[in-house]
Design a binder for this molecule. Structure first.
Ligand code: HSE
Length: 295
């Protein structure tokens, strides 16, 4: 058996939706398993020269923990050995959900190995189970949800609301060379916020869901945040400059996940310009589908 699993990059937070909102982007990693191949792990693309090949990577961990939990419910399932090869297109540690994509890929591969006892990604209950396993393993449900369901997702208390994003959205990821670990970008955040800032984010959070699904013209205002973006931008002054410049020109922009990538939304009258050397500009689309098994 040779099967490929495809999982999208995701941009979490979307401005005011800190730890709750996420959007799937049409930039996918693919992981192929082959039960006829020698057991082992290999990589190509982003991070190929630094990702572990001893089974401690996030995809392999997703496979192992899912099999462990599912086999309790299906004790008879026989799991074949396999070789695994990953083609990575999502840059690492840039705020584009690479580790959540890896965790979701691992869970989906475990589903393939489980056969009829596994998951069907097109089925909502299966997508929910894959999301829950991946989120528990990787720790960022706001990335795991759009990676599993696709589109725009809101999570709250373990519930996931998947939504269709507005078809006119034209996301542009501005990816700087520098990296920022999510752990460092979280540690710097204040424990307490003022009531004024909390109210600001509740209002803008509701507005941004409306803007992303119904009325993209509202995005320049709706993406404003007072909980995390300023702190993240302070880590990378050059990124902050680009952010400020886009914002001044009325281009909707937010910090993607914990940064340092910026996610902007362009239109014909407000195009996103290339910030110059050291940046990758990735024009993509919202991806309506989450994880999928490639036939
Ligand atoms: N919501 C998380 C954060 C996303 O901003 O820290 C991490 O990808």
């Amino acid at each position: 058996m040779k099967v490929t699993v495809r999982v999208p990059a995701t941009s979490a937070n979307l401005g005011p939706g800190f730890d709750c909102f996420g959007l799937a982007l049409d930039l996918c990693n693919e992981v192929t398993i082959d039960t006829e191949a020698e057991p082992g792990v290999s990589w190509e693309g982003e991070g190929a020269d630094e990702l572990p090949t001893d089974g401690s990577d996030m995809v392999s961990r997703g496979v192992a923990t899912t099999l462990e939990q599912q086999i309790r419910h299906h004790p008879g399932a026989a799991i074949p050995s396999f070789g695994m090869h990953g083609v990575n297109r999502i840059p690492l540690e840039r705020g584009l959900g690479s580790s959540s994509a890896a965790a979701v890929a691992g869970v989906a591969i475990a589903g393939v190995l489980l056969g009829p006892a596994g998951f069907d990604p097109s089925d909502r209950d299966s997508a929910y189970t894959m999301f829950a396993y991946a989120a528990q393993l990787e720790g960022h449900p706001d990335n795991a949800a759009p990676a599993a369901f696709g589109g725009l997702t809101v999570i709250a208390d373990g519930f996931v609301a998947p939504m269709l994003a507005h078809p006119a959205l034209r996301p542009v990821a501005l990816i700087p060379e520098e990296r920022l670990s999510t752990a460092a970008a979280r540690e710097a955040l204040p424990e307490q916020v003022s009531r004024t800032d909390a109210v600001f984010n509740v209002a803008h959070g509701a507005l941004v869901v409306h803007a992303l699904t119904q009325d993209p013209d509202l995005l320049p205002v709706a993406l404003r945040d007072r909980l995390h973006q300023e702190v993240r931008l302070a880590f990378a002054p050059e990124v902050r400059e680009v952010f400020r410049d886009l914002d001044r020109r009325g281009v909707p922009v937010c910090v993607s996940g914990s940064g340092p990538t910026l996610l902007a939304f362009e239109s014909d009258d407000r195009p996103v310009e290339d910030p110059g050397p050291g940046w990758r500009v990735l024009r993509t689309a919202v991806r309506a589908a989450g994880v999928e098994i490639v036939p």
